[in-house]
Design a protein around this ligand. Structure first.
Ligand SMILES: NC(=O)c1ccc[n+]([C@@H]2O[C@H](COP(=O)([O-])OP(=O)(O)OC[C@H]3O[C@@H](n4cnc5c(N)ncnc54)[C@H](O)[C@@H]3O)[C@@H](O)[C@H]2O)c1
Length: 245
């Protein structure tokens, strides 16, 4: 029996990086996987790979900032799979540059994906979980939900919002058997990290390397499974020591 045997997991941003690594690990632990992502080519490729390995899996092309698309995807999945037990609310984008040069439109785009989209996905997950009797939600925030950093103000503000949204949802739905926690990664080697900055980011990390998406996936599994049964509203920092400095 896997840790997620026969659970249905809805994973946003599952086409790449941390989301794809988590989809693979969840599948190994017995879950049925739904990948919801903008990127249909990469998302479908992950689903095909999971199916080849015997996992029940589906892809939905979803922009997490579009309310109608998020609502439709949750409705479709609930109909097709019966219920949704786990939401890994993980789709996100980066943004970088001096704040005094940040255009309002760019601010809004970042906050729209990294905070508004997280709200929409969490809300739909909660609606379905209230109908089925409970579940777990893992929101991907960032270590930058806890500390500040130069030149990533919009991202950091959104991730700080995700951390406190997580606390609030954890409190609000605790008595309905819905646990909500946040995962706060440090610098992880995925396409979101600009290649030219990777060496410096590894150097800035006390363990002197970037994290791998598979290392984050193990923490996501912990938060999504009964192993974290007494945790809700919490955020788990997995950053190779960056924020401990
Ligand atoms: N890699 C890091 O260093 C790092 C650190 C802290 C937090 N994070 C967070 O981890 C999460 C996953 O990022 P990753 O590192 O795996 O990057 P990634 O770029 O590999 O994956 C992000 C995925 O999200 C999808 N996506 C983006 N906007 C979307 C939207 N509006 N609707 C649906 N899908 C959308 C992309 O298509 C992509 O597949 C993000 O929330 C990111 O902010 C990453």
């Amino acid at each position: 029996m896997g840790k997620l045997q026969d659970k249905v997991a809805f994973i946003t941003g599952g086409a790449s990086g941390i989301g794809a690594a988590s989809a693979r690990l969840f599948a190994k632990e017995g879950a049925k996987i739904v990948i919801a992502d903008l990127d249909d080519e990469k998302g479908q490729a992950v689903v095909d790979e999971l199916k080849t390995n015997g996992t029940e899996a589906a892809f939905h092309q979803v922009n997490t900032t579009k309310e109608d698309q998020v609502v439709a995807a949750f409705d479709d999945v609930a109909k097709a799979f019966g219920q949704i037990d786990i939401v890994f609310n993980n789709a996100g984008i980066g943004s970088q540059g001096p704040t005094h040069e940040l255009e309002y439109d760019d601010w809004r785009k970042t906050v729209n994906v990294d905070l508004d989209g997280v709200f929409l996905v969490a809300r739909e997950g909660i609606r379905k979980m209230r109908e089925s009797g409970g579940g777990t939600i893992v929101n991907t925030a960032s270590m930058y939900g806890h500390v500040g950093a130069a030149q990533t103000a919009a991202y950091n503000a959104a991730k700080g919002g995700v951390v406190n949204l997580t606390r609030s949802l954890g409190v609000e739905y605790a008595e309905e058997n819905i646990r909500v926690n946040a995962l706060c990664p440090g610098f992880i080697e995925t396409p979101i990290l600009p290649p030219e900055s990777r060496e410096a980011l590894a150097e800035a990390t006390p363990v002197k390397r970037l994290g791998q998406p598979e290392e984050i996936a193990k923490s996501v599994l912990f938060l999504a499974s009964d192993d974290s049964s007494f945790m809700t509203g919490a955020s788990l920092i997995v950053d190779g020591g960056v924020t401990a400095q």
